[in-house]
Design a protein around this ligand. Sequence first.
Ligand SMILES: [Zn+2]
Length: 375
Amino acid sequence: MQVVRRGDDGPVVSEIRDKLARLGLLSGGPLQQAGYDDAVEQAVRAFQQARGLRVDGVVGPETYRALDEARWQLGDRSLSYAVNHPYVGDDVAALQQRLLEMGFDPGRCDGRFGPQTAAALREFQRNVGLLTDGILGPTTLGALQRLRRTVTGGSASERREEEQLLRGSSAPAGRRVVLDPGHGGDDLGACAHNLAEADVAYDLATRMEGRLGALGIDTLLTRGPDSAPDDEDRARFANDTGADLLVSLHTDAALSVHPSGVATYYYGATLRDRHVRSVVGERLATLIQRELVARTDLLDCRIHPKAWTLLRLTRMPAVRVDVGYVTSMGDARRLSDPEFRDTVAEAIVAAIQRLFLPADHDIPTGQFRMPALTG
Ligand SMILES: [Zn+2]
């Protein structure tokens, strides 16, 4: 474009006046059709100063582009990663700023919606249990605004309430859960005391499948009894199903017979100097760990953030439970007992139910029973 300066007139000048007026830098409505006068020049200077541009009072390509970008407020339009014509504007910069405040990594806050901003937005969506399409539409915007209030300054308990609120009246029925029995096929996982990890994991998954089905939860398994997809395939499968949650089932093992107990893992990593984690994943891990410790005599090895492939590549909140050590005599004895396996399955299902429950329906840990299944 050619440079527009004091004394000029025409449609471009009208447009510039209009943009300045919208930004509150120029008074006078559209009826006042003056050209590029002193008032416009002053407004352009003020704008250039505020944006860190060269302050010359004339509108060249740089100032024009900045004026154009400045007119977008967060929520004015739906944003996504458009490969050929990336969205650019103050709304994108505001989105990036908010993602950053919440611990996601949108890249530089440059007001350009690039692939990294899209990845950070998907990670946010995944955290709050929304469809991970990387599009900032009304639903995601609402979640972003509600969560932000508490994330910046709110306490941890407020944040938890906020998550519950986001889930609204969500019930377990109609949800979709992917169960991922570890290993399989030729990969037996850890073997000791006549137990193979792959078989224990698959058996636990099938015990959970029936219970989840009874709650109206659509349940899918990442593998059959004899197949062994790799972690990338498992993540892709889960992503393709649009599942709400993924629970991966493993047992642990050690060189020594002494280590024992149960641990649950959720997605968490340190990117540059910032720690990111799946908030809902952490919550589910907490619930699972709590139920398992309350209902069994397994040692509490607590919950831990991990950036393992499966946890990292899945787009929904995902956890992995390592239920006992096959190398521990005590844990192996427990894991060999079908009744114990039922207890484990019931504990994890109760935790999933609990995750979907509104806060005011909370029931003391260890007391969730499904009447239809206890008979
Ligand atoms: Zn394993």
